[in-house]
Design a protein around this ligand. Structure first.
Ligand SMILES: *[C@@H]1O[C@H](CO)[C@@H](O)[C@H](O)[C@H]1NC(C)=O
Ligand SMILES: *[C@@H]1O[C@H](CO)[C@@H](O)[C@H](O)[C@H]1NC(C)=O
Ligand SMILES: *[C@@H]1O[C@H](CO)[C@@H](O)[C@H](O)[C@H]1NC(C)=O
Ligand SMILES: *[C@@H]1O[C@H](CO)[C@@H](O)[C@H](O)[C@H]1NC(C)=O
Length: 252
């Protein structure tokens, strides 16, 4: 019985360690983000998460063909007039002063976001592969003429591969994601849900969650599995113990 007891407590120890590790991991995971955003945000201002905007593109017959809901943040490098040097700035897109437009073709759609007085023009292009029935964000262009910019800012990248989804489904990502567009521009997305093809009505289709969100859900799953494992091990040890002691009685 002492041997069984040893095995039992060893199993218990290992399982508890697993649970502890998973819980600690989760603890660090939830604690870590605020510290990283603090160190990376622009030093001269305290920038929160961008507000989430809802954008809709209609095709010529008036039906919705592209739907997007997301918070957008520019991480942009430009020459500042006031500081007379190159600066890196983080700027949130304000949905309340942003207008959306765009176009929809069978294999290519676009969402154009224009802010107040057309000082910012941002366009997302999505491409559908009709063989695989998968879509993705393939192209981004931004032109901006902000008050502090010495020169007109303009970038365009047509070889991107972000926000990959399946025709008929919407792409969803709750976690912050970074779209690297050019050396002097990346765009952070927050709480994205987008469907650039295959809409029925003006509602999102079923959502396909991004990998980042799935990784987030993995931790509770690990904890659950560890707990289930613990129960199983204790049960097995109990059954083995009972069988042993049973055998013991028979030999006497
Ligand atoms: C902006 O981009 C720079 C590098 O290009 C990066 O170090 C920084 O963390 C980014 N900031 C945010 C808030 O994404
Ligand atoms: C479309 O998908 C198929 C199958 O995955 C692939 O072989 C093909 O190269 C893709 N076409 C384009 C234009 O990316
Ligand atoms: C944005 O687009 C409009 C219309 O095409 C144009 O008049 C405006 O100058 C553009 N703004 C920038 C910053 O390029
Ligand atoms: C376009 O984006 C891709 C992926 O982020 C990058 O590898 C490539 O260098 C970019 N091209 C330009 C012209 O910046």
């Amino acid at each position: 019985m002492t041997q069984i007891g040893g095995v039992q407590s060893w199993c218990l120890g290992v399982t508890l360690q697993l649970i502890l590790a998973a819980v600690l991991h989760q603890g660090f995971a939830t604690v870590a983000p605020p510290t990283t955003t603090q160190t990376t945000s622009a030093p001269h201002k305290d920038l929160g998460r961008p507000e989430r905007g809802n954008y809709l593109v209609k095709n010529s017959n008036g039906t919705a063909c592209l739907l997007a809901s997301m918070g957008l943040q520019f991480n942009i490098t430009f020459t500042s007039v006031s500081q007379n040097k190159t600066v890196q700035d983080v700027v949130n897109l304000q949905p309340n002063v942003t207008k959306s437009s765009g176009s929809c073709d069978s294999e290519r759609t676009s969402l154009r976001l224009t802010t107040d007085a057309e000082k910012t023009n941002l366009t997302f292009f999505f491409t559908l592969n009709t063989t695989s029935n998968k879509y993705h964000l393939s192209e981004v262009s931004l032109s901006a003429a902000w008050p502090d910019m010495k020169d007109h800012f303009s970038v365009h990248n047509s070889s991107l591969d972000y926000l990959r989804g399946t025709l008929g489904y919407s792409y969803m990502c709750r976690e912050k994601q970074t779209l690297n567009v050019a050396e002097d521009l990346s765009i952070n997305t927050f709480q994205v849900q987008v469907q650039p093809f295959g809409l029925t009505g003006d509602q999102f289709g079923a959502a396909e969650e991004c990998q980042l969100d799935e990784d987030d859900m993995l931790i509770p799953i690990i904890v659950g599995a560890a707990l289930a494992g613990l129960v199983l091990i204790v049960l097995l040890a109990y059954l083995i113990g009972r069988k042993r002691s049973h055998a013991g009685y028979q030999t006497i």
